[in-house]
Write a protein that binds this ligand. Structure first.
Ligand code: ADP
Ligand code: ADP
Ligand code: MG
Length: 652
């Protein structure tokens, strides 16, 4: 076994690889860009080497710099993770030329599967069924359009160098073919520097079912299938293993085809054979076709680990260091059912727009496996993909695992950025998905229902109002402030939720219970025994507040903006003579003296209220007429603290 390996990646996959290496006693070397100096993967590693600027081209794609870092740090092997250099055969050649081990397949195997057209031709030879279509060399538009006619519409145009759904176009009818071809070629040229395409029959009601394979360079085994049919724009969203509705015959046929595919290229290490499956009439052994092979560890590998009990990264390290396959095909079995959901910082109602932000609050349920490259306080930067975590559940049956998935998502508390968590939890309860009735069009058909921004009910609003006032300790904060002992009975607070202003009046109602009046409805709210209670009922809400950003984690999670009372008081008092307490509190400091000239915006006093210090500012230029409050004094809301001379008085 290696003593030390370098991980040529970042984020969750770098951390994931280090977990297994550490467990095996193998030392780890991280590499990092300027943007990642304080990242989790750097903190986790035994050593970390700086490799350049934040843009991937200046760091994580710099094969030469990474190989030098491995040599300098005494690493014997390089794990590429996924993405970046993981499927770059020239990098593999360079790693080996430097006398290091590449933890993955040979450069030759990667080259053979690198282009979809050549891979399909090779798979046909190996008697693996491929999607009917044209994958020849002739790229003449007339010829390609003729091929599409021969295949029969609808057809799919795919970039031969494609990946991540790029350079792919569904064409419904011949009249749309030429435009679609042009745009697919343009996108392929930009993304991959190769405009070539192939044409495929578009499979109706398609399911994406892929086989995890593992080879030793000669023989291969498979670790069963994953269903990745829940996709948005050809990108996987939730994956599961095994596939719903899978039969022993279908599994045997697909498994054998996958092993043939891997052995045809003397595959070494972890890989995935992706098949497209006709799901229009159950699963039939003559209804699956090879799409492509991913010659690396896949994002969704944890669901296969869950059902087989195999640590795939451990296997990668063992096979790369010269061991044979740790298990034979008969020693591999399936236990239970697993799901993975990909949690991203993205704005779902705004068309899944990638987001950035600092994760002011990050809390995951203990019931799930969490593979994450970030911690609370870390930043989702614009430089890399905005993944926050992968959440993986495993249970004896599909229906229990799906319930666990939904519950775990509802207990995934992220604040500081928008996320797709609500979308994922709505999806995990979607009727067809629950029935196992999946195909790649499911999300698109239900996108309206799945991407609604969750609107807080009056109970959640009441909890938000009490949290905003700081009257209740947040569950993760110190207990009750003494403030409540002397504060007057009613507080006003304003919140903004989805552009709607919510004005609440909160009244102390006996011991520790608050009556929240929202206008049309009222609720009683209490925090006790570690939980929120609404109308005497214990609820599952949690709250987090960071500045004026407040989140109630309950159901799908609701974000509020707390309107600073000073913002309003400032407006109300503008031009006025009196500086008044915007809320009840303790006068911490007074900076103004009678006769003093002040300018608009000068800080005249500090009021401590709601566990925070508030600066009281001069609303206009003027002269202080009198100071009505002294330091250490407790004042009521609206109490006059400082009076300015009348404007004409001052002018006189
Ligand atoms: P595919 O969609 O090709 O079947 P995956 O779902 O495993 O494969 O991953 C999608 C692609 O997104 C990967 O091939 C990889 O190039 C890219 N990718 C995802 N996450 C990262 C990351 N953290 N760093 C670099 N690339 C990534
Ligand atoms: P990429 O390299 O971008 O991952 P794939 O060839 O793996 O490209 O296809 C990505 C997705 O597109 C598949 O998961 C599937 O949802 C859809 N798809 C691909 N080929 C077909 C096809 N022939 N018919 C229907 N859908 C397809
Ligand atoms: Mg793919």
């Amino acid at each position: 076994m290696f003593n030390k390996i370098l991980i040529a990646n970042r984020g969750e996959i770098a951390c994931r690889v280090m977990e297994s290496a550490r467990k095996m006693g193998v030392k780890t070397v991280a590499v990092y860009s300027d943007a990642d100096a304080h990242a989790k993967h750097v903190a986790m590693a035994d050593m970390a080497v700086h490799i350049g600027g934040p843009a991937p081209a200046d760091s994580y794609l710099r094969g030469d710099v990474i190989i030098q870092a491995a040599l300098d740090s005494g690493a014997q092997a390089i794990h590429p993770g996924y993405g970046f250099l993981s499927e770059n055969p020239d990098f593999v050649d360079a790693v080996e030329a430097a006398g290091l081990v590449f933890i993955g397949p040979s450069a030759d195997a990667i080259r053979k599967m690198g282009l979809k057209d050549a891979a399909k031709a090779l798979m046909e030879e190996a008697k693996v069924p491929v999607v009917p279509g044209y994958h020849g060399k002739n790229q003449d538009p007339e010829h390609l359009s003729g091929a599409a006619d021969a295949i029969g519409y609808p057809v799919l145009i795919k970039a031969v160098a494609g990946g991540g759904g790029k350079g792919m176009r569904l064409v419904e009818k011949p009249s749309e073919f030429m435009d679609a071809l042009k745009s697919a070629q343009g996108e392929a040229q930009t993304a991959f520097g190769n405009p070539d395409v192939l044409i495929e029959k578009y499979i109706q009601q398609p399911r994406h079912i892929e086989l995890q394979v593992f080879g030793d360079g000669e023989k291969a085994v498979h670790l069963f299938e994953r269903d990745c049919s829940l996709q948005r724009r050809h990108q996987k969203v939730i994956e599961e293993a095994p596939a719903p509705g899978m039969t022993p015959e279908m599994r045997a046929a697909m498994g054998a085809a996958a092993v043939r595919a891997a052995e045809a290229i003397n595959y070494k290490g972890a890989g995935t054979i992706e098949f497209i499956v006709d799901g229009s009439d159950g699963l039939r052994t003559d209804g699956f076709w090879f799409m492509e092979m991913n010659t690396r560890l896949q994002v969704e590998h944890p669901v296969s680990e869950a059902i087989t009990g195999v640590d795939l990264v451990e296997w990668q390290l063992r096979v790369a260091s010269g061991e044979g396959l740790p298990k034979s095909q008969d020693e591999l079995t399936i236990t239970g059912h697993a799901f993975e959901a990909r949690i991203y910082a993205e704005d779902v109602p705004k068309g899944f727009l990638p987001a950035t932000g600092t994760l002011s609050h990050l809390d995951f349920p203990d019931s799930a496996r969490i593979d994450s490259g970030v911690r609370a306080g870390d930043t989702i930067s614009p430089w890399y993909d905005p993944m926050i975590a992968k959440l993986i559940v495993h249970a004896p049956t599909r229906s229990i695992a799906l319930k666990q998935l939904e519950t775990a998502l509802r207990h995934t508390d992220v604040a500081g950025t928008v996320t797709n968590v609500s979308f994922l939890s709505l999806l995990s309860a979607q009727e067809d998905f629950v029935k196992g009735d999946v195909d790649t069009g499911l999300i698109a058909r239900h996108i309206e229902d799945l991407s609604v921004a969750p609107v807080a009910c009056s109970k959640a609003r009441s909890v938000a109002a009490v949290t905003a006032l700081g009257l209740m300790p947040a569950p993760d904060r110190a207990p009750a402030p003494s403030l409540v002992l002397w504060t007057p009975l009613t507080h006003a607070v304003s919140l903004v939720h989805h552009e709607e202003q919510i004005d609440a009046r909160v009244t102390v109602n006996g011991t520790g219970e608050y009556l929240v009046d929202l206008g049309e409805v009222q609720h009683t709210v209490r925090f006790g025994e570690g939980a929120w209670w609404v109308d005497q009922t214990k609820v599952q809400a949690r709250t987090a507040r960071h500045g004026d950003d407040l989140t109630v984690f309950w159901g799908n999670g609701y974000r509020f903006h707390v309107v600073d009372p000073l913002e309003r008081e400032d407006e109300a008092a503008a031009g006025g003579n009196l500086i008044a307490a915007p809320m009840p509190g303790l006068v911490k400091a007074v900076f103004a003296k009678a006769g003093q000239t002040v300018a608009q915006g000068d800080r005249l006093a500090i009021l401590e209220a709601m566990k925070m210090e508030h600066s009281l500012l001069a609303a206009r230029d003027g002269v202080v007429a009198e100071v009505l409050a002294s330091e250490g004094q407790q004042v009521e809301e609206g109490a006059a603290l400082i009076r300015l001379e009348d404007e004409d008085e001052a002018a006189a």
